[in-house]
Design a protein around this ligand. Structure first.
Ligand SMILES: [Zn+2]
Length: 173
């Protein structure tokens, strides 16, 4: 079945996601499976819960070629960022056909929980580091298309925080 994603300019994407309690309940476990399915279906390398309609601090990533190694990140926090920054164009499953010009740290250390609740701390580089920073933005209601000339433009963000969410009304019916 086709999984519909929340798309720009829906203001639902601007909401800030909340921490997930452990152990995970059935609903959250199902959400993780659902998100993984959606990520592969839409051929993304990462997806955040907000993109399928949930304000929860969860994202999935798979930057591998084989596309069979989804990694689940819950309640993630970036604890270290490299000084080295790279500016590159980024796309988003929630903003098809659009691109952002975004500066990201080349290397980050991320602390997060795995599905079983275990705490993990890992270093990520290059594409994975970029993808994680992109997904972390989603958890705060930010989008890569808000960036201009590499830098975050909060005016673009603010101009888009008012209005109705199509997604919520859709999912209620
Ligand atoms: Zn995105």
């Amino acid at each position: 079945m086709y999984i519909e994603l929340v798309k720009y300019p829906d203001v639902f994407l601007r909401s800030v996601s909340k921490d997930v309690p452990f152990p995970l309940d059935d609903k959250d476990s199902r959400l993780i499976k659902w998100m993984t399915k959606a990520m592969y279906q839409h051929q993304g390398i990462g997806i955040a819960a907000i993109q399928v309609g949930y304000q929860k601090k969860i994202f999935i990533m798979d930057c591998s070629r084989s596309r069979e190694n989804p990694k689940v990140f819950i309640n993630p926090v970036i604890i270290t960022k490299s000084d080295e920054i790279l500016r590159d164009v980024e796309g988003c499953l929630s903003a098809p056909g659009k691109q952002g010009d975004v500066k990201r740290h080349i290397r980050i250390i991320l602390k997060y929980n795995k599905e079983n609740g275990e705490e993990e701390q890992k270093t990520f580089y290059n594409l994975e580091a970029r993808c994680i920073q992109h997904e972390m933005d989603h958890l705060e209601g930010k989008l890569c298309i808000d960036y201009e000339k590499g830098n975050y433009n909060s005016d673009k963000h603010k101009s888009q925080t008012m209005g109705e969410s199509d997604f919520r009304t859709k999912s209620d019916t």
